[in-house]
Design a protein around this ligand. Structure first.
Ligand SMILES: Cc1ncc(COP(=O)(O)O)c(C=O)c1O
Length: 376
């Protein structure tokens, strides 16, 4: 049986989510902006989903803006906030997802002062350096992810929020990987903007949300018919939004049980890796998502190990899905100060709610065989 260990790249659509979406894919539902009964039915479904997503994230329904996913949410937050601001300085964490760092770098090309926030070897923010950086010049917005997609490292967003607000700026937190895996509380998080994506929590691809606190000014990326309070024009993807809502509700109901299962599997995997000569877990001692382990195996380059595992029916990732296959070591590990050759060796296992202990054991057995093959 093939083994899927790449849930941080994407998760399978949960059958209960598909069931919730089905009527909106095939039924006689209208445009949510239409005033007739078909339109009103679609509007009701979109608003019910908004409440479900808000509940998962500890937000108000009115703070949820639908987007096409985490990438658009991060783009809208950074480009939207900077377009509406007077200060011309942006900071982002050294281990952020490319949708944050490329958005920020696109501003650099337009004359904005863009700097990275340094992290230590454990992937966590270097707080004294960050505080000094904040004091240096006026800031518009800083971006610090809730949890990293490669290492699973969980950042102290509330601490960052206090510092960033002290500097009179906004904080964006990319919670795409955190949502559904650890509790989220947008109200108390310290973030003014928070990104979410449905396909990382057993919902459909191509739908996400940006949570926006009241009073935060954004210039939209998409101008159109005034949907989403003018923040995101375009007819809503009703079925996908309904799916996101259903997935969020299930994630909220099952959060503790899922996290417990995942943590038990992660611990089993980590114990197996600790017994494997030449295996080293990255950011091992930092607080991490219950489902994520990134490690290197001496003698193996990450891409080669990924392919060897794929031939044996096991799907993992080398670094992030977005940067793998590019022949570049993970910027996350380089940002943490790891040497290039070590970063090149990275393999990420991201477990899912339906994985089993037997799958973890099989993976460890295959790794053991591959290690011996490499040593021979
Ligand atoms: C941390 C993080 N942010 C943003 C994204 C982008 O989300 P989407 O695939 O919905 O555009 C991802 C996806 O890999 C991610 O892991």
């Amino acid at each position: 049986m093939p083994i899927y260990f790449d849930h941080n790249a994407t998760t399978p659509l949960e059958p209960r989510v598909l069931e919730a979406m089905q009527p909106y894919l095939t039924g006689p539902y209208g445009n949510p902006s239409s005033v007739h009964r078909y339109g009103r039915a679609a509007r009701d479904a979109v608003e019910a989903a908004r409440a479900q997503v808000a509940a998962l994230a500890g937000a108000q329904a009115g703070e949820v803006v639908w987007t096409s996913g985490g990438t658009e949410s991060n783009n809208l937050a950074l480009k939207g906030a900077t377009a509406a601001a007077a200060a011309t300085r942006v900071l982002y964490g050294a281990t952020e997802h490319p949708s944050v760092l490329e958005s920020a770098e696109s501003l650099a090309a337009r004359g904005w002062q863009v700097e990275t926030i340094a992290v230590g070897a454990d992937g966590l923010v270097d707080w004294p350096a960050f505080a000094a950086q904040l004091a240096r010049a006026p800031l518009c917005i800083a971006a610090l992810m809730a949890a990293n997609n490669e290492t699973g490292v969980i950042q102290d967003v509330a601490r960052a929020g206090a510092l960033v607000h002290g500097a009179g700026a906004l904080l964006l937190s990319d919670a795409v990987q955190a949502a559904g895996k650890i509790p989220l509380d947008f109200a108390a998080s310290g973030a003014d903007l928070m990104s979410l994506s449905a396909h990382k929590l057993y919902g459909p691809k191509g739908v996400g949300a940006l949570l926006v606190k009241a009073g935060v000014e954004l210039v939209p990326l998409l101008h159109g018919g005034g949907q989403e309070h003018g923040l995101r024009g375009g007819t809503e993807n009703v079925a996908a939004i309904v799916g996101f809502g259903a997935a969020a509700e299930l994630a909220q109901q099952e959060l503790e049980a899922r996290a417990e299962t995942l943590l038990a599997l992660r611990r089993r995997l980590e114990a197996g890796l600790a017994a494997l000569p030449g295996a080293a877990i990255f950011a091992r001692d930092a607080a991490r998502l219950p489902n994520t382990v990134q490690f290197g195996l001496r003698g193996w380059e990450g891409e080669a190990l990924l392919m060897a595992l794929d031939r044996r029916g096991i799907a993992v990732s080398s670094g992030s899905a977005c940067s793998s296959g590019k022949g570049q070591p993970s910027h996350v590990l380089l940002g943490m100060g790891l040497p290039r050759d070590v970063a090149f060796g990275a393999i990420r296992v991201s477990l899912g709610k339906d994985n089993t202990a037997a799958e973890v054991d099989r993976f460890l057995a295959v790794l053991g065989e591959l290690r011996l093959a490499a040593a021979a």
